[in-house]
Ligand binder design. Structure first.
Ligand code: HSE
Length: 435
């Protein structure tokens, strides 16, 4: 079989991982692909020390790569939205297949890019864009093909999970851990993407579309970050038998689907609660198989490159037969994509953790309970410790049963208006993740 020739755009952490794996495992990768795979050109502003590019053409203009007539598959690893979009559309126009690790690009411009690729009968593969080395796109599009996927929930930002783990285990300060995550190369160029949940929302948008067969709708995702979380809430959650995890959750309903990223209390017995450090994990609930859990490195050089190369192998196999045999972009035939919208966050149903700073007077708990009851909210537990009484105020920690988000919001507004309550009520959603 004819060798498949790659052109790589961007020479950062993932690209150097890909070059190194392709060299080290050349024989077994060729055995799987049915042909040899050769990197023939790399485009990047600068060279990298830990990457042997002997015999590979190097250019400082990434557009040289997408216009190189010898390149069969373009690997887009420059990241970002605008130049990456232009580059990928140009590659498609030139009849090249594309492999990308760019979650922002697919979540925001994926609908347009997939349509352009379909017109040219080329493939855009994006396994590496979601959860690093975990083959979650393959699982959703192929492994779960028999199922109606009901929901999925995942820890899909390694930086955020690393920060939460260090806060819980070592009581470390948020800013200090973030700095370490940046030094270790986990964080995005703009780390607010990690800590404010934007990166996770990109990945969740992509998974939701592959799970439910709906268009990509990143703009409608609800996103809440971890920057406002305090060590106190992490510790209270632990006392109550929960862990706080930054989860992406998507759930299918008849009239739409949920698409939300936020800190969440997860029961400590749940496997997801035990996923620590930079690791990622996704729990998927299908109507036939039940729950399946995927776990692995969500970031890092060779871990992410592993997913890039798996896509290259799929394309190489297809090129030598017929590119038209590739799995459809979102796992469903394009004419079967359902025009379902994201539900407003007010409509979701969840249990809640509340932390309320209250005056230590008799009757305050009764007033709070009465407001909750008027909104149809049942209290599951209340925790208050005399030892935490300070200046006549004491934190009241509550867990509620499930209720619509709009009802809890009304109740919180009324609780905050009570003269015995100080400051804002801390509200964190609780998910039990049962089928
Ligand atoms: N900044 C991302 C993370 C990198 O921490 O998960 C992998 O997408």
């Amino acid at each position: 079989m004819k060798p498949v020739k790659l052109g790589i755009c961007g020479l950062g952490t993932v690209a150097s991982g890909a070059v190194n794996i392709l060299k080290r495992n050349a024989e077994s990768i060729a055995g799987r692909a049915g042909c040899s795979i050769e990197v023939i050109q790399v485009g990047s502003r600068r060279l990298k020390d830990n990457c042997d590019l002997a015999g590979v053409d190097f250019t400082t203009d990434v557009f040289d790569v997408v216009c190189n007539p010898e390149v069969d598959v373009v690997i887009e690893l420059i990241g970002g939205y605008d130049v990456a979009k232009e580059l990928v559309l140009k590659a498609i126009e030139n009849g090249k297949h594309v492999v990308t690790a760019n979650k922002a690009l697919i979540a925001v411009h994926g609908n347009e890019i997939f349509a352009a690729a379909a017109e040219k009968n080329v493939t855009v593969a994006y396994e590496a864009a979601v959860a690093g080395g975990i083959p979650i796109i393959k699982a959703l599009r192929e492994g779960m093909a028999a199922n109606k996927i009901n929901w999925l929930a995942g820890i899909i930002n390694g930086t955020g999970n690393f920060i939460l783990t260090e806060m819980k285990d070592k009581g470390r300060d948020f800013a200090d851990v973030l700095k370490e995550a940046q030094d270790l190369g986990y964080a995005e160029a703009d780390p607010t993407f990690d800590v404010e949940g934007i990166d996770a929302a990109h990945k969740l948008t992509i998974m939701a579309s592959a799970a439910f067969g709906v268009p990509l709708q990143f703009d409608s995702a609800y996103t809440e970050g971890i920057s406002q979380l305090s060590t106190a809430d992490v510790e209270y959650a632990e006392e109550l038998g929960y862990r706080i995890k930054h989860l992406g959750i998507t759930r299918l309903h008849k009239d739409g689907f949920e698409l939300r990223v936020h800190p969440t209390l997860v029961p400590e017995k749940q496997l997801l609660a035990k996923v620590d450090g930079v690791m990622n994990s996704v729990l998927v609930d299908g109507d036939a198989v039940g729950q399946t859990l995927y776990y692995g490195a969500g970031a890092g050089s060779e871990a992410t490159a592993s997913a890039v190369i798996a896509d290259v192998v799929d394309i190489a196999r297809a090129i030598n037969v017929d590119a038209g045999v590739m799995v459809p972009y979102l796992g469903f035939s394009p004419e079967k994509i359902t025009d379902l919208s994201v539900l407003p966050i007010d409509e979701i149903v969840s249990a809640y953790y509340l932390r309320i700073l209250a005056s230590d007077h008799s009757g305050v708990l009764a007033k709070v309970a009465s407001i909750l009851s008027e909104q149809g909210i049942n209290i599951e537990s209340v925790m208050q410790k005399e030892s935490e009484l300070q200046d006549g105020k004491i934190p009241m920690i509550m867990l509620t049963h499930e209720v619509k988000e709009k009802n809890i919001n009304v109740a919180i507004e009324q609780i905050e208006a009570l003269s015995e309550i100080e400051g804002k009520v801390v509200r964190i959603r609780v998910e039990h993740l049962s089928s």
